[in-house]
Design a protein around this ligand. Structure first.
Ligand code: ADP
Length: 152
């Protein structure tokens, strides 16, 4: 069985994440979207909200589940018996960053990281830009799945 973990902060999930996840569906039997909890990081959305946005987005997709985790992604893979990590690549900066992590993960646990290039139309979207738009009362709706709604 091909089981992949898609780890990230998803603060919040964007159309870029959604694109990567949808396009990876034919590649895997099961995809676990794993929201990493890092005590040192400040998030805009609570863990519950981030999880709910993703669950709602993929509520009709039985191959997908959503969990939260702390610690090493390779340790999570071992626990869940997953042999692949899924990541998206937007640009050369993503590539350089991801390359080091993927090499390290493969040494730690013989896990293969599968990279998908973002669709051109969502390649400019990042959660940090979405957060900036939200903070400044801009129209964030066109950058995120419908499930992401900011309540004020
Ligand atoms: P992290 O904090 O681990 O970078 P993110 O939630 O920002 O978490 O990203 C998770 C994954 O989604 C990463 O592989 C990232 O490259 C990918 N990603 C982020 N934005 C996009 C996008 N617009 N298109 C495709 N992939 C993306």
């Amino acid at each position: 069985m091909r089981k992949a973990i898609f780890p990230g902060s998803f603060d919040p999930i964007t159309l870029g994440h959604e694109d990567i996840i949808k396009r990876s569906l034919p590649l895997f039997d099961e995809i676990v979207i794993a929201i990493g909890v890092n005590a040192e990081k400040k998030y805009m959305f609570s863990l519950e909200d981030r999880k709910r946005f993703i669950e709602e987005t993929f509520q009709h997709e039985p191959k997908i589940s959503v969990i939260t985790y702390e610690g090493l992604t390779t340790e999570l893979c071992r626990k869940l018996n997953a042999n692949f990590i899924l990541r998206g690549l937007r640009n050369p900066a993503d590539f350089e960053f991801e390359k080091a992590i993927a090499h390290t993960n493969r040494r730690l646990a013989k896990i293969e990281t599968v990279f998908l290039l973002t669709a051109a139309k969502t390649s400019y979207i990042s959660s940090s830009i979405v957060r900036d738009v939200i903070r400044n009362n801009g129209q964030y709706e066109m950058l995120v799945p419908d499930a992401v709604r900011v309540t004020k």
